[in-house]
Design a binder for this molecule. Structure first.
Ligand code: ATP
Length: 503
């Protein structure tokens, strides 16, 4: 699995999908740039989401709110007080860790150690060895599993100083049981706010403290009345937005899965109070279908319902995806109640209500939120698409089976050889296709190598012009996934591609 993840990262760079930010200065931790193919894939994922969430729903409209917002926004939303991760510094290594992640790491190491001992004991005692008994009687594993579970549950809630002291004590104990960092000198566990601060205005006196938004949702909430009134929206209705969000993540080590600057595709659906759980179920189902419609494999998704809830929610679930490092959150679906709108009403003094003609009264709507990370979606697509295949002749090919509908380049056009007027015909076909699709031209190397290059880059179709083309106006179309080749008239190329990339 570790190997697969490494391959994903190096392939993403080699084929112009993802680079480390400011790489010539050795990069910036947990910040990434999307290259020539990456930007196309990202745009296509956005378009796929926007089409199905906004344009195919009459009652959902879009919004593009600013990243910078009035500082009161983050007081009302609770982010100033409650958007914290517990962290701990190691004085010797000068490294900072997220306390909950550190605890998980230790427990994993301890479990691994136990597994090794189990394997050893099995070798020695063979059939007589009872694994179940070993695990339950193995003191460290049992003890630390239980203790860590309890601490992790506490860490997920708002924490008292006593909680933080207990975490520190557990980390010290775990470190002795199974040294990870080789160092025992820890600071106290502290709360660390994840918002990036910045300043508005030039002079220090007049400057006011701002934050880069840590989620796009609040831009939707503060515009609730603007959109509802000008769009004459009736409940239930939704407002959707795609945009950047910023979090000063402490542990940022899973490539684009956890970044400090990332993009969210969010939709807030405003409903009548009391109806929220019905709509919560409804959106769970729609979002699950949306993911499965891309064809990345149904077995790669699962729901994870939350027992512990964020401060604003009364129901929450994650759609998890099977990333190269295991099942992890791809999208969050939350029933946010009227928490945000009420909080903004209170702090701004402005009404954020809807007059419901059927009920004949005003109320603050309840909200169901669907929030998917664009970068995580990208990683889900890219990592599941990257495959090594063994062909009939025993050779291997690397192929990036990105669903055609979102593939960055839809087709590559080749002249078989660089003479006899073939490049000119290929160029003509290219120019014609350019109006409808993102296409590329390639005339370097043998045609077989060009096919392999496009396979690895994720291009679903290759169109080859050869000498027969001059006689009968036909070309060879070759399919990335099956490697099948067909002879087709030039006039049909466009519709063949179109049929394969329709929503
Ligand atoms: P996690 O528990 O993984 O930190 P979260 O529960 O804090 O995520 P939400 O606040 O629900 O995430 O944000 C909604 C979505 O935004 C997530 O499902 C994820 O896809 C994406 N997201 C959140 N944080 C990041 C990040 N640091 N980098 C990339 N995507 C992110």
């Amino acid at each position: 699995e570790q190997d697969k993840f490494k391959k994903v990262i190096s392939h993403a760079k080699e084929y112009g999908y993802i680079f480390s930010s400011s790489e010539i200065y050795d990069g910036l931790s947990a910040v990434y740039d999307y290259g020539q193919n990456g930007v196309e894939l990202k745009n296509n994922i956005k378009a796929y989401w926007w089409k199905s969430m906004v344009q195919l729903h009459e009652e959902i409209v879009g919004l593009d709110a600013a990243i910078l917002m009035h500082p009161n926004t983050w007081k009302a939303s609770g982010h100033v007080d409650a958007f914290n991760d517990p962290m701990i510094d190691n004085k010797d290594s000068k490294k900072r860790y997220r306390a909950d992640v550190l605890v998980e790491d230790y427990v994993e190491k301890i479990e691994q150690k136990a597994q090794k001992e189990i394997a050893k004991a099995k070798k020695r005692f063979g059939d007589k060895f009872d694994e179940q008994e070993f695990v339950t009687t193995h003191p460290r594993v049992v003890k630390y599993r239980a203790q860590s579970k309890e601490i992790l549950t506490r860490l997920a809630k708002s924490l008292t100083d006593e909680d933080l002291d207990d975490v520190k004590a557990l980390i010290k104990e775990l470190e002795i049981a199974c040294p990870v960092s080789g160092s025992r000198d820890w600071t106290n566990v502290k709360q660390f706010n994840l918002m990036f601060g910045t300043k508005l205005g030039a002079s220090a006196e007049s400057a006011s403290d701002l934050y880069l938004r840590p989620e796009t949702a609040q831009g939707i909430f503060v515009n609730f009345s603007n959109v509802q009134k000008t769009g004459r929206m009736k409940i239930p209705f939704g407002i959707a937005q795609i945009g950047k969000a910023f979090r000063n993540e402490i542990v940022a080590r899973q490539f684009i899965f956890r970044q400090r600057e990332f993009e969210q595709m969010e939709m807030q659906y405003f409903v009548r109070p009391g109806d929220e759980l019905k709509w919560f179920e409804h959106w769970k189902e729609i979002r699950s279908k949306w993911h499965k419609s891309l064809g990345l494999g149904e077995e790669n998704y699962r729901f994870h319902d939350h027992e512990k809830m964020a401060h604003y929610a009364n129901a929450a679930t994650d759609i998890e995806f099977n990333f190269p490092f295991g099942f992890k959150e791809l999208e969050g679906i939350h029933s946010r109640t009227d928490f945000d709108l009420k909080a903004h009403e209170n702090l701004s003094g402005k009404k954020l209500q809807f007059y419901d003609p059927e009920l004949g009264k005003n109320y603050v709507p309840y909200v169901i939120e669907t929030s998917v990370g664009l970068d995580r979606m990208f990683l889900a697509v890219f990592s599941s698409a990257l495959q090594e295949e063994t062909l009939e002749d025993g050779s291997t090919r690397t192929v990036l089976k990105i669903p055609s509908v979102i593939a960055p380049v839809k087709a590559a056009v080749f002249p078989l050889i660089k003479k006899d007027g073939l490049p000119e015909i290929a160029q003509e076909i290219l120019k014609d296709l350019q109006w409808d699709f993102n296409v590329v031209y390639d005339e370097k190397d043998a045609v077989g190598r060009r096919y392999r290059r496009q396979d690895a880059a994720g291009t679903p179709f290759c169109i080859t012009v050869d000498h027969d083309t001059k006689e009968d106006n036909s070309v060879t179309i070759r399919y990335r996934d099956t490697m099948e080749q067909k002879r087709v008239p030039i006039s049909e190329v466009k519709s063949i591609i179109q049929q394969n990339i329709d929503f």
